[in-house]
Design a protein around this ligand. Sequence first.
Ligand code: B12
Length: 225
Amino acid sequence: MEQSQPAELRFLRLLASYLATQLAGDLRGVLRLLDESLARGASVTDLQCQVIQAAQRELGRLWQQGHIGIAQEHRATSISQVALAHLFSRAQPAPARGMSVAVACVEGELHEMPARLLSDFLELAGFTVIHLGANLPTDGLVSLLEREPPDVLALSVTMLFNIPALRRAVAEVRGRLGPALPILVGGLAINAHPGLVEELGVASAGPTPAELESSVLRAVARRLH
Ligand code: B12
C-alpha cells in the first residue's frame, strides 16, 4: 500500500472504489483492485474485513435507505462472493491444526456471506472447515454431525426471525449428540439478542479473525478438560 497516507484513509479510499466498482457490476474491475492492493502490500485479512465486509454492510445501508434496488444488491453481493474466493486463493494458510469446525446457517437463514467469511477466516487460520452454506435443514445438520463429527459446530444467524430455528438446532444437536460438542453461535441476530448465548449454554465470539480463532481454540480446550 502507498505509505504516504494513514492506513485508515487508504482503506476508506479503497472501500469507496471497491463499492463503486461492485455497484457498477464490474467483476474484473473488482478483482483488479484487490490484486493491485495485494501487490502494494495490503493483507488478505485487511481486504476481507476492511473492504469486502465493510462494503457488504454499506450495501445493506444503501438498500435499506432506498438508494439501490434489490437487483443491484444481488449483483453486487455475487461479485463479493467471487472476490472472497479470489482472495482466499491468494492467501497463505496457517499450518493445519488438526481441528475441524462445521459452519452452517440455521434453517431459513439465507445470509450465507457472513458464514462464508467466517469459514474463510477459520480455514486460513489452520482449521479444517466443513462449510454447509445457507438454510440448512436441522435434520440434515444433525445427520451430518453424526456421520462426520467436527471438533466445534458454528451456527450463523443473521435474521432475528431465525432465532427459533437456532433454538431447535441447538436442542436437536444436544439431544442426538449429547452435550460434549462445543457450539459457537454468531451473526447479526445474536448481537441483537443479549442473553441468548448464556440462555442456550453455547459460546460466541467477536467478528474478527483473531477473536474467532481464540474462541474456537477455547471451545476445543474446554471439551478436552
Ligand atoms: C447480501 C444481503 C442479503 C442477501 C444474502 C445473500 C448471501 N449470499 O449472503 C439476500 C438477498 C438473500 C438477503 C435477504 C434478506 N435480507 Co439481507 N442483507 C444482505 C447484506 C446487504 C449483506 C450480507 C453480507 O454479505 N454480510 C457479510 C458480512 C457483512 O456479514 P457480518 O454479519 O459482518 O459477518 C460477521 C459476523 O456476523 C460474524 N458471524 C456471522 N456468523 C457467525 C457465526 C459464528 C458462530 C460466529 C462466532 C460469528 C459469526 O462473523 C462474520 C465475519 O466477521 C446485509 C447487510 C449487513 N449489514 O450485513 C443485509 C441485511 C442482513 N438483510 C436484511 C434484510 C431485512 C433481509 C430480508 C428480510 C429482506 C427481505 N425483505 O426479503 C431477507 C431475509 C432473508 C432470510 N430469510 O434470511 C437486513 C436485516 C435487518 C435486521 N437486523 O433485521 C440487513 C442488515 C440490511 C439492512 N440494513 O436492512 N440479504
